[in-house]
Design a protein around this ligand. Structure first.
Ligand SMILES: Cc1cc2nc3c(=O)[nH]c(=O)nc-3n(C[C@H](O)[C@H](O)[C@H](O)COP(=O)(O)OP(=O)(O)OC[C@H]3O[C@@H](n4cnc5c(N)ncnc54)[C@H](O)[C@@H]3O)c2cc1C
Length: 323
């Protein structure tokens, strides 16, 4: 991001402080909003490639040179602003052209609430269709990210609707922290869906989600076994998206059991996390992709990454104290 700070919306930023990072509450009284945002930005740069698609393509090329594919995501979510939604569609359509003309080995990943799911199911479905149509015409793949539980039902329905026309060029993420995910996955497997398995990144209550890491991990193992067992014999593909070394090892063991040439599924990891692991997996012969976000709306995504690990919160706290 060349050290340039983009202050997109201070009100939104303040909401995020109060809703998402209680750690910042005390600091917020003492430090002004733009200073806190500047410090957040310094930490966030690790996970976000930059403000424009050029930054993302540059990281994608670096990944490709190491045998790693790219999954490009234009940052943004939870919007009801029609102009932002229209711009987002345009951005993805033009991004797909850029991926193609730059001969990037990669695809895109889109959040339902950045293309209108907060407004209506039909709007989001129509917008996804536009992007999926373009992706398919270029022989590219479109993943659908999955967001907080209130959007899960509609996201799965959208995927199933889309997959009638775009079965081999779209896929959907499923979260192991959600109690409902094993029945969702069974249904998706029956439909030969392309699934990315993740742990889940949003705050959920205990009625809908497992709260302990132990249960989230054991559900991840269970869902991963279902994917290996059933998807190997189908035409679908799947992705194991975690940085957890124990689960990655389990996936490697399962792949040996089900598929000697390791090409049926891929590992997906986020930009800025465990780069060494990505290269190790490539050397072992696995397909690996890196999820590379870009864009000016970096705050919500970055706060999720910060909260994921105590050390990141300490890093942020340290930079606030030192400022
Ligand atoms: C490709 C990809 C796509 C994703 N898509 C979605 C999605 O659509 N919806 C959704 O809800 N979630 C998504 N996620 C996020 C996911 O749900 C988790 O929040 C995230 O991956 C962290 O969980 P983990 O599986 O790595 O396990 P964890 O147990 O959280 O982490 C395992 C290890 O990874 C490292 N690590 C993890 N996170 C960080 C971090 N932020 N900073 C530094 N090190 C870290 C640490 O060493 C940690 O010990 C996606 C993740 C990936 C990799």
């Amino acid at each position: 991001m060349n050290g340039v700070l983009y202050v997109h919306n201070v009100t939104q930023t303040k909401n995020w402080y109060s809703n998402e990072v209680s750690l910042l509450e005390t600091s917020n009284q003492e430090v002004n909003a733009s200073l806190v945002q500047r410090l957040l930005f310094k930490v966030a740069r690790r996970w976000v490639s930059g403000n424009t698609y050029k930054n993302a393509l540059s990281i994608a090329k670096e990944c490709n040179s190491k045998g790693i594919s790219a999954i490009l995501n234009y940052l943004g979510e939870d919007t009801t602003d029609n102009i932002i939604i229209e711009n987002t569609i345009e951005e993805y359509l033009s991004l797909l052209d850029k991926i193609q003309s730059n001969r990037i080995e990669g695809c895109i990943s889109v959040k339902p609430t950045q293309v209108g799911l907060r407004i209506s199911y039909d709007m989001s479905l129509n917008n996804f269709r536009k992007i999926a149509r373009k992706a398919k015409s270029l022989g590219r793949f479109m993943w659908m990210d999955i967001e907080s539980s209130q959007f899960v039902e509609d996201t799965i329905a959208t995927y199933l609707d889309l997959s009638r026309d775009y079965k081999h060029s779209t896929g959907l993420a499923i979260q192991s922290y959600l109690r409902r995910s094993s029945s969702d996955l069974l249904h998706l497997i029956e439909q030969e869906a392309n699934v990315r398995l993740v742990k889940g990144a949003y705050r959920e209550d205990k009625t809908s989600a497992f709260q302990s890491m132990e249960k989230i991990n054991s559900n991840f193992s269970k869902l991963m076994s279902m994917l290996f067992e059933h998807s190997y014999s189908s035409h679908s593909t799947f992705a194991i998206a975690t940085h957890d070394p124990k689960l990655l090892d389990e996936a490697i063991q399962l792949s040996r059991k089900y598929d000697a040439d390791c090409r049926k599924f891929e590992f997906q990891l986020l930009m800025g996390i465990h780069n060494e692991m990505k290269e190790k997996l490539v050397k072992k012969g696995f397909r690996v992709s890196e999820y590379i976000p870009y864009g000016k709306l970096w705050l919500p995504y970055s706060l999720r990454r910060i909260k994921e690990r105590k050390r990141n919160i300490l890093l942020l706290a340290r930079s606030i104290i030192q400022s």
